[in-house]
Each structure stands twice: as C-alpha cells, then as structure tokens.
Design a protein around this ligand. Sequence first.
Ligand code: GDP
Length: 290
Amino acid sequence: MVLDKLGSSLKNSVRKIVKKGRIDKETVNELATDIQRALLKSDVDVELVQELTDKIKDRALNEEPPKGASSREHVIRIVYEEMLEIVGEETEVPMEEQDIMLVGLQGSGKTTTAAKLANYFQKKGLKPGLICGDTFRPGAYNQLKELSQRIDSVFYGEKESEDAIQVVKNGLNELKDSKVRIVDTAGRHSLESDLIDEMEQINEVVEPDKKFLVIDASIGKGVKDQANSFNEAIGIDGVIITKLDGTAKGGGALTAVSEAETNIAFLGTGEKLNELEEFEPDSFISRLLG
Ligand code: GDP
C-alpha cells in the first residue's frame, strides 16, 4: 500500500505514525482531523465524513496490525479500505447488447455524456444508437444530432414533437439494429413533478438495462434530495460524475452514490467526446484526499 494513494496532504500526519509499536490516540485523532479537512474541502458530505473518520479511529486504535505489517502500513490500509467503502468499487461495464437511460438535472452534462457513451461503446465494437428523449429543452435535438454525426452514431429524434414518450418508443423501433441504445432524457432546473412523471413513463417504455444519474462534479446542497427523487422514481444503477476536469473534486456526488446505494460508473473529464473514463477507485480516492 503506497502512501501516495492517500494524497499529499495526509503524508505528514501518516509519517508521524511510528513504524513499530502501538499507535497512540493523539496521532490517530490528528490523522482523522486531517482526513476530515481534506474531504470537506472536496465537498464530501459532513455526515459521511464523520462516519468515516469515526470508523477509521476505532479500527486504528483497536485492530492489531496483521503479522508482518507495520502500524503505519496498517493505518494506511484502514484509511484506504474505509474510503473504498464510501466511493465504491469499480463498476463492471458489460460488453453486450443493452439499453441505457440517462437522467439528471439540466446542465449536468447528460447530452454530452450520452454521446460520450456512444463513442465508448462504438470503440469497443458495439454499434451504438442515440435517442433524443428530451423534447423540453430547445436545442437538445440539434445538439445530440450533431454529436451523433461527429462520432458516426445512429441517431433518432423528432424535432417538432412534444411527446417524449412517443419519441422514445419510435426511436426504439427505429434503432433495432443498434447494440447499445442510449436514451437522453429531459432535465429541468430542479425536480418538478412533471419531469418525474415523464421519466417514469420513459422508464416503463425503455425498461433500461442501466439507468445512470448524471451529476456535475461541483454539486453541493440539494444532491441528497435529487438522488432520492431520481432513485425513488426509477431506481438508479450508477452515477456518472461530469466536469471533473474543473476545480471541483466530485465529493458532493458521493452523497448521491451513498443515498441511492449505488456505484460510480463513469467519470466525465472534459468537453470532448473521448473524455469519459471508467471509474477507478484508487485515483478518485487520491483526488478526494488531495
Ligand atoms: P445537459 O443539459 O445535462 O444535457 O448538459 P449538456 O450535455 O448540454 O452539458 C452542459 C455543458 O457542460 C456543455 O457546455 C458541455 O460541453 C459541458 N460538459 C459536459 N460534460 C463535461 C465535462 O466532463 N467537462 C467539461 N469541462 N464540460 C462538460
């Protein structure tokens, strides 16, 4: 277990843990405080941070290091394991025929992410098809159509229609030959009941294999309600955190992951269509601990 995984700000407090012998309470408390500071700076929810550091303190003081491991290695392992509990393991992306539905608030990056996913599956040899189920936002149709053309993906949308459910039905019929069909849905500025209704109906029509909630990395307050409403309405299978190329570290999105009891599926790291990464916990953990 390398120290680097824990991020530079924790290095000093970890170094203070003497290699051999028992770890004293003061050192553990100091480490816990440093972890708290780092995670709060990364926008991780206060309650999550508290729970995490309580567990770390308890385990660090009460668990004996396994044979051959130094106290320091033992504590680093505990911190890493407990962080992994929060961020979750990597998500296995099945390379098979599937329907994917994307939901999220307006501006979260859904449409861009839909095209990024199409590009991702295209590269893996699975023919994608994009369906514009957003009949609410003017411009959504053109945006997704243009993005589809850029990656040479099949596209279905109906520019003049206001009936998203019918458009999606038609799209599924038209794109029968596509292996991975990705449905972009409308977002609003907040979760109004008509958005939820429409999403539920699209969910019934598509019966998606995967339902991803797209969340902007800079999300702060309100994420809990958002995650709960989306999850109650359709059940979320994973979260995609976008805009991680900005200053935000994405800790806010962890609240959604924890509320919806799901994992992070992908990370968006730029505006370009190849800037989508499969989630990998180690680098995300280092990033959060900064
Ligand atoms: P939607 O309303 O949820 O469909 O959001 P859009 O896909 O239209 O994205 C909103 C804005 O965020 C656009 O300007 C995108 O180019 C931008 N965007 C989306 N994903 C990313 C990302 O990972 N990084 C950056 N820097 N910008 C992104």
